[in-house]
Design a protein around this ligand. Structure first.
Ligand SMILES: [Zn+2]
Length: 237
């Protein structure tokens, strides 16, 4: 009986060795560090954007930032977070966008991001995700648009706090798609319940749909084109 058990373990071990190549290739994927800054002073936003939730955001990215055949393309790793009270006195003006009572401008945010030198607010060696409370004329602060930009291979994301925990239309992987150079796909006939590609947007008419289908071959090619460029830019001291 003992011998049988030891043979069983030997075969199990052999099987693990045989199938190791697939494990190794998964580990060979490039990994990107992610730094979070909680820019919003809204108590609801602060209550939602906890350390454990922000770590979960990275799990969400690792689960859903994938190709349409289910393959992972890159990996993300939680690096750090700066909460509101630790950045509210920063000299970086990007902090003012946390609860700004005006329409969000990605161009203005880009200028403020690129000027920021405060490591608490912008980690030069990571992809920065800003948790904010988006405002627009029609919906006020109930609006929850989010934004991602490749920014010459120094990407950043503005994620409205309402959208944390993968809430409505796959915001994490959609904005990260923009961060890796992807544009929108327009599907005028899609409803909010239609299965669509991660990068689908309402564009003019229609809806972005569920954004639950992974990146297609052309999108993966674009992402992989930018992976080494972003990696190199973020490696600079
Ligand atoms: Zn978009």
């Amino acid at each position: 009986m003992r011998e049988y058990a030891s043979k069983f373990f030997l075969y199990t071990w052999l099987l693990m060795v045989i199938f190791q190549p697939s494990i190794v290739s998964a580990e060979n994927l490039e990994t990107f560090d992610v730094h979070f800054s909680v820019l919003s002073n809204n108590p609801n936003a602060k209550a939602k954007a906890t350390l454990s939730q922000l770590k979960e955001e990275v799990n969400i990215l690792n689960q859903y930032f994938i190709a349409d055949d289910g393959r992972s393309i890159v990996k993300f790793r939680f690096k750090s977070v700066t909460f509101y009270d630790d950045l509210k006195n920063s000299s970086c003006k990007i902090v003012d966008l946390g609860d700004a009572r005006r329409a969000f401008s990605l161009d203005s945010a880009t200028v403020l991001f690129n000027h920021c030198q405060d490591r608490k607010v912008k980690d030069k060696n990571a992809i920065n995700i800003y948790i904010f409370d988006e405002y627009n004329e029609r919906k006020g602060f109930a609006s929850a648009n989010s934004y991602g930009k490749r920014n010459l291979n120094r990407p950043f994301i503005f994620l409205d706090w309402h959208r944390l925990n993968h809430n409505v239309q796959s915001p994490e992987e959609h904005e990260m798609g923009h961060a890796f150079g992807l544009n929108h796909i327009c599907e005028p006939t899609a409803t909010i319940k239609t299965s669509t590609n991660i990068m689908t947007s309402a564009c003019k008419g229609g809806s972005g749909g569920k954004r639950n289908i992974g990146f297609n071959t052309a999108q993966v090619r674009t992402i992989m084109h930018y992976v080494p460029l972003i990696k190199a830019q973020l490696a600079q001291r």
